[in-house]
Design a protein. Structure first.
Length: 493
């Protein structure tokens, strides 16, 4: 049946519904044929109930344990350069010699807003005027215990999520659009003027400062970057944009013919090389979907055709990239396009919520979280997980009554070796790390018991050790990295 935008809004189109356990939003698909094409449907067992931590940090299921890897402002950086910086965000783990792991972490810091900044270390600095943002590299032994930590990149701003490359490096994304010449004010300090443009992707190596290339990958565009995924073909990259007024876009960069990506992208690819384009979802009647918020639980598992519209001026020197294109005509927008992570056939990406008044088309449907899957070969996008919108008072009430059953605000995402997803919540009430089966149920893995200024901080950067035995995850404020061990395969496999 041909589906129009109006049918999507009114819910009259045929589709698979959403199952609820009481009032708890847990997305499910009724048949295995509705999972992302060519991707095997993973299985997963429900995790045991979470058990409160006597130390008041992390509630975990029975049989799982944690240890603290690092704390912002407490653990030391190598060489006396400072303390572990604050606001850890996107992360990835890499194998190292001696059965060790190197964990690269973003620090989502802007301008001059932290006492515990990423220090400027020779060989890592992009903009000397950007005083706080960047990445650190934490080396751990085979038990997940911290051995050392050093700076991977500095002089950047708003390092939010990013992506792990097939060749073993990390791409860190600046969630900002600051320009050279912009002035950053700070209470009790002299203003600072940026010396370079910001809003780029940078490649970070799991090595010492001597191995770094603190130069932007300008070909990937300048906007409020959130995450990036490199296609296994090494010929394309997919990027999310966390922006408002208007909402952000989902982008694809395609390499020139005969060119493939490899280590050292910033120096190998010219600033205007390839094509940067944004996603356009085309409905059966030929109309363009203005915003992903039109898609509801009724369309779980239903692939939608995607076309791509080239961005006219990717470096956004006069107009932000998302404002160069028109939603509903050229592109399809999405509120809070956050984390992204790829598997062999495609890329999962999150839209954390869409309910802010005045920021959505008037007839769009508010939601508290979507997880999408873009299929490389089919060029389709499919809704795999959906959290319905509840009014703020309802959300607070549900979160209080059902702290380990009410979920919303999926932000960072990673794909496990078993094909299931790990989501980090940034929503209302208690904050969780979640296990999510694409097209199926969602379970709580962890819950923070720690509040800062009366609120639960968000989890960020979930990522597994290379052997799959340890899940690393951050509590963004006050800035703690955890290593969680347990029988993961029993529940995720």
């Amino acid at each position: 049946m041909a589906i129009s935008r109006r049918q999507l809004v009114t819910g009259t189109a045929a589709g698979v519904g959403l199952a609820f356990a009481g009032t708890v939003p847990i997305g499910t698909i009724a048949n295995a044929g509705s999972v992302p094409p060519q991707s095997p449907r993973p299985s997963a067992r429900p995790f045991p109930p979470l058990v409160d931590d006597p130390d008041g940090l992390l509630a975990l299921p029975k049989g799982f344990t944690y240890q603290v890897v690092s704390r912002s402002g407490e653990t030391d950086l190598d060489g006396g350069t400072g303390k572990t910086p604050g606001r850890m965000d996107g992360s990835a783990a890499f194998p190292a010699d001696g059965n060790r792991t190197r964990l690269i972490q973003n620090h989502e810091l802007w301008g001059r807003d932290s006492e515990f900044a990423v220090p400027h270390v020779d060989g890592t600095v992009y903009d000397p005027a950007a005083e706080v943002g960047g990445c650190t590299v934490v080396e751990l032994d085979d038990a997940g215990q911290r051995v050392s930590e050093w700076v991977g990149i500095s002089g950047t701003s708003g390092n939010c999520a990013g992506g792990q490359t097939p060749w073993g490096t990390w791409m860190t994304c600046e969630e900002t659009e600051e320009r050279a010449g912009d002035v950053r004010e700070a209470e009790g300090a002299e203003p600072v003027t940026w010396t370079k443009d910001h809003g780029y992707v940078f490649e970070v190596f799991p090595d010492t400062a001597e191995k770094q290339i603190p130069e932007p990958i300008k070909a990937f565009g300048r906007f409020a970057h959130e995450a990036v995924v490199i296609e296994p073909s090494l010929a394309r990259a997919y990027l999310t944009e966390d922006a408002s007024d208007p909402s952000g876009l989902f982008y694809r960069w395609s390499a020139p013919d005969g060119v493939t990506l490899a280590a050292g992208v910033a120096r190998a690819i010219e600033p205007t090389a390839g094509v940067l384009a944004a996603m356009k979802v085309v409905l059966d009647d030929g109309s363009v979907l203005p915003d992903l918020a039109y898609i509801t639980s009724a369309q779980l598992g239903r692939p939608f055709t995607v076309e791509w519209t080239e961005v006219p001026e990717r470096d956004a020197q006069t107009t932000p990239t998302r404002k160069q294109l028109v939603a509903g005509t050229d592109v399809t927008a999405g509120k809070k396009l956050e984390g992204a992570w790829g598997d062999e056939h495609g890329v999962y990406f999150c839209s954390s919520y869409a309910f802010a008044e005045g920021e959505l088309p008037v007839d769009a449907t508010k939601h508290n979280g979507q997880v999408w899957y873009y299929h490389y070969a089919d060029e389709t996008v499919t809704l795999t997980t959906y959290f319905p919108h509840l009014a703020s008072t309802e959300s607070e009430d549900h979160a209080a009554k059902y702290p380990d059953l009410y979920f919303d605000g999926p932000d960072n995402v990673t794909v496990t070796q078993w094909g299931t997803l790990i989501l980090a919540e940034d929503g209302v009430g208690a904050s969780h790390v979640l296990s999510s089966v694409p097209g199926g149920p969602t379970y709580a893995i962890a819950r923070t018991q720690l509040q800062v200024d009366g609120e639960f901080s968000e989890f960020t950067g979930p990522t597994f050790s290379p052997d799959g035995s340890i899940l690393f995850v951050n509590l963004q404020s006050p800035g703690i990295t955890f290593a969680i061990s347990g029988p993961w395969a029993d529940y995720l496999g």
